[in-house]
Write a protein that binds this ligand. Structure first.
Ligand code: ADP
Ligand code: MG
Length: 244
């Protein structure tokens, strides 16, 4: 593996009596495009929520670029280069497309307005949203909203991007376009963790796949190894099979 960007050790998360993450160890190398899969409720979103500062861990540690980050707030982590998307899109419906981009771009408190605007225009172009820049986000289609969220994540030039089921309810053509963007970001050096139930996308895009089941990592390997792993097959063919 290349240089470690994210080093997760013994991570535990409990919700009341439920242990959502049992003791997760995971290293993510700089420049990786890592798939994170597992049945519904296996702890995928919880893991991303802790890495991005939305949940507190009960035990364990996370080092990012060599420094401990547990306890840091989401906006601090975003400034440090950790970008993420949400399972349910979190764009500001009453703001325009461009305003959504500027809110993200200015949130680090140091980017100048002109600079943010230039960057926003460039990203909107890239994601084919330029002609919608002055529309309210509420008027966008579901797919356009997903693209806006993609564009917005890139405003702070993240070093690592955490994508939580970006392809849910997305039609095939848009999905292909999103694949292209993900590949492009990754080729440009952005590390990516991708959660998806869409095995086609995961196996197509990711060089390595980590599988969670009931808060434990049950497999960590290449797409080929994952596809043929009895424990993975078992987890997906069990009670929790399917899911969105
Ligand atoms: P996944 O993303 O793999 O579907 P989650 O990480 O969302 O799984 O959930 C893992 C487990 O933790 C589930 O049993 C879920 O119900 C529980 N959980 C997640 N978030 C919360 C929360 N905020 N409060 C209580 N339980 C939660
Ligand atoms: Mg989830």
């Amino acid at each position: 593996m290349t240089q470690t960007l994210l080093d997760i050790n013994g991570l535990v998360k409990r919700f009341g009596g439920l242990t959502a993450l049992k003791s997760v160890d995971m290293r993510v190398g700089e420049g990786e495009l890592l798939g994170l899969i597992g049945p519904n409720g296996s702890g995928k979103t919880t893991l991303l929520n802790i890495v991005s500062g939305y949940y507190k861990a009960d035990a364990g540690s996370i080092a990012y670029q060599g420094s401990g980050i547990l306890g840091a707030a989401p906006h601090q982590l975003a400034r440090m280069g950790i970008g993420r998307s949400f399972q349910v899109t979190k764009i500001f419906q009453r703001l325009t497309v461009l305003e959504n981009m500027l809110v993200a771009g200015l949130s680090d408190g140091k980017t100048k307005r002109d600079e943010a605007r230039d960057r926003a225009e460039g990203l909107l172009q890239e994601l084919k949203l330029a002609r919608l820049r002055d529309e309210r986000a509420s008027s966008l289609s579901g797919g356009q909203g997903k693209l806006l969220e993609f564009a917005r994540i890139m405003m702070l030039s993240p070093k690592i991007v955490l994508l939580d089921e970006p392809f849910g309810g997305v039609h095939p053509e848009l999905k292909r376009f999103m694949h292209e963007q993900i590949r492009k970001w990754n080729a440009a050096g952005t590390t990516i963790i991708l959660i998806s139930h869409d095995m086609g996308s995961i196996f197509d895009l990711c060089g390595r796949v980590v599988t969670l089941s009931y808060g434990d990592i049950i497999c960590d390997g290449t797409p080929e190894e994952t596809r043929n792993d009895p424990a993975v097959l078992d987890a997906y063919l069990g009670d929790h099979h399917g899911a969105a």
